[in-house]
Design a protein around this ligand. Structure first.
Ligand SMILES: *[C@@H]1O[C@H](CO)[C@@H](O)[C@H](O)[C@H]1NC(C)=O
Ligand SMILES: *[C@@H]1O[C@H](CO)[C@@H](O)[C@H](O)[C@H]1NC(C)=O
Length: 508
């Protein structure tokens, strides 16, 4: 299913909460939801209604409605099943089915919605799992708070000791008849002395504790319940307002899913009766010092035939010596090895019709850094006032055009947002998940190197793992189908599509 939005509204159509899972303008979602009460048939408990463009699936919850807006191509049975899950989450996290309570707890509800859905595709979770995720996060939050309290106690203790030390020194000086405030002991003022005390700065307790504590980095992004009614919420709300409808900020895991979702969402290209699809997936794990731990790229050539007159064709692939190929057992292996031609081994067992068949696979695994399509260098530099972080990407595979690039950098929690001093491309600070998302619509030869620089309180380890997501419509290996011939040797028209994306691309 592709879920566009989930909302809770009252019987007269007033929207209490709405979460959009795909990019859409505020005007569009408001328009869609405003149209809903006019369309629905209020006699039924839960049912659906369709317009020319979308489907509304809805369920009454006392005086309210839970409404899902999906595409019309979406499977209605799945939609209804998903609706039931949403309908159970609303009273659970909204506390009651009272309008003001729902609005009060709208963030909890939105976060629970997010656990159900990642970018328009339903996650396979049930209510128990949602509860577990939220409890896990609450536990993490408690641990973080306990840790902070310990640090604060230690810091207070350290300050008391420092104070005693100053007093002792001052007395010592007075006893020796010297000026008690000379020798730069900061006039006995704790605040000026504390800034040079490594013990105090290292635990940074002098900052006012936010009333709701954001837990430390959470790159897995199951983020939940970390916003109480606090300044974080206000920040988040400000962010909502300032960004209009572009509030959706993706965690790294979701960003990865988004790459996958985008792959699935690439507009249907005009398919000929012979269609080839090249799909390559990357797993790349590199250490922060730049050593490549593992790079793996798996590719597959899929064939889709829709016309039986073409079931005995031969496809010529460009020659490529870099990758290690494996052919489907039904393919003439010798012909492929000698001439890069893909044809059925047995003319009496032609290619199947109307199904996607993987005919050739290729693979590369290496620890040679020079093969990495995109390198990321992250340099945190701890200074007396915090940490200056300088991150550089470099496109090494300049034959590629990486689209929708998101480089997600975890940030320490509870210290406010980063101060970005320089940035190629764009960035988005996700205060809920403590992430800086550095985005580029495209990275290609023309912007093969780029940097971002920011400062924030923290230390070297806070900024890893950096995660990267992108999609490319070019093959890493430049593999393509160069021609298709029928059994009697005539050249045939064919269509082709290529997609390359990372399943995991991390600097750890
Ligand atoms: C590539 O294929 C191998 C063998 O099937 C598998 O173990 C590995 O996880 C795959 N890697 C990627 C990046 O898909
Ligand atoms: C780190 O910061 C210090 C102090 O600001 C500066 O002198 C030094 O050059 C910086 N190092 C790097 C690698 O940027």
């Amino acid at each position: 299913m592709v879920l566009l939005a989930a909302a809770v509204c009252n019987k007269s159509g007033k929207v209490l909460v709405s979460r959009q899972f795909v990019e859409m303008t505020r005007a569009r979602i408001e328009g869609l939801l405003a149209a809903f009460p006019k369309l629905m048939n209020s006699g039924k408990q839960h049912t659906f209604v369709e317009t020319d463009s979308v489907r509304y699936v809805y369920q009454a919850l006392e005086q309210l409605f839970v409404v899902l807006i999906t595409t019309k191509a979406s499977n209605i049975l799945e939609d209804l099943e998903t609706l039931r899950l949403f309908a159970r989450v609303v009273p659970e996290y909204g506390r009651s089915l009272d309008e003001s309570e729902i609005q009060e707890n709208s963030f909890q509800i939105i976060f629970a919605f997010d656990e159900i859905v990642a970018l328009g595709y339903r996650e396979s979770v049930n209510l128990a799992q949602i509860n577990t995720f939220i409890q896990m996060d609450s536990h993490e939050e408690k641990v973080a708070i306990a840790l902070r309290e310990t640090q604060e106690r230690e810091a207070k203790q350290a300050m008391r000791e420092k104070q005693k030390e100053f007093d002792r020194m001052r007395k010592e000086k007075q006893r020796h008849g010297g000026n008690p405030y000379s020798n730069g002991i900061g006039g006995g003022s704790i605040s000026s002395a504390s800034s040079s005390s490594s013990m105090i700065t290292s635990s940074t307790p002098t900052e006012p504790a936010p009333s709701s504590y954001s837990a430390p980095k959470r790159p897995t992004g199951t983020g939940m319940k970390l916003l109480g009614k606090s300044k974080d919420v206000n920040q988040f709300v400000d962010q909502l307002t300032s960004e209009g409808e572009r509030v959706e900020s993706m965690p790294s895991a979701a960003a990865r899913k988004s790459a996958v979702a985008k792959v699935a969402a690439i507009p249907e290209i005009n398919k000929e009766s012979v269609h080839t699809k090249i799909e390559e997936k990357i797993v790349c794990v590199s250490s922060r010092t730049g050593a490549l731990e593992n790079l793996e790229i798996n590719g597959t050539l899929f064939l889709y035939l829709s016309d039986s007159s073409n079931d005995n064709i031969a496809i010529k692939l460009c020659d490529n010596k870099q990758a290690q190929f494996t052919t489907n057992p039904s393919i003439d292996k010798k012909l492929f090895q000698s001439q890069s031609i893909i044809a059925p081994r047995d003319k009496n067992k032609p290619f199947p019709l109307k199904q996607q068949v993987g005919v050739v696979r290729w693979r590369l695994q290496t620890t040679d850094e020079s093969v990495m399509p995109l390198t990321i260098n992250c340099w945190p530099n701890v200074t007396s006032s915090g940490c200056d972080v300088n991150i550089e990407y470099e496109l090494q595979a300049t034959n590629l055009e990486l689209e929708d690039v998101v480089i997600s950098i975890p940030l320490p929690g509870g210290v406010g947002g980063p101060r970005v001093s320089q940035c190629d491309g764009d960035y988005n600070y996700d205060s809920r998940r403590n992430l800086l998302e550095w985005t580029m619509p495209v990275i290609d030869e023309s912007n093969a190197i780029g940097t971002v620089e920011f400062s924030i309180a923290g230390n070297e380890d806070d900024f890893f793992p950096v995660s990267v997501s992108f999609v490319s419509k070019k093959s890493f290996f430049d593999i393509s189908a160069v021609g298709v011939k029928s059994a009697d040797g005539k050249s045939l028209k064919f269509s082709t599509e290529t997609v390359l994306y990372p399943e995991r691309y991390d600097i750890v």
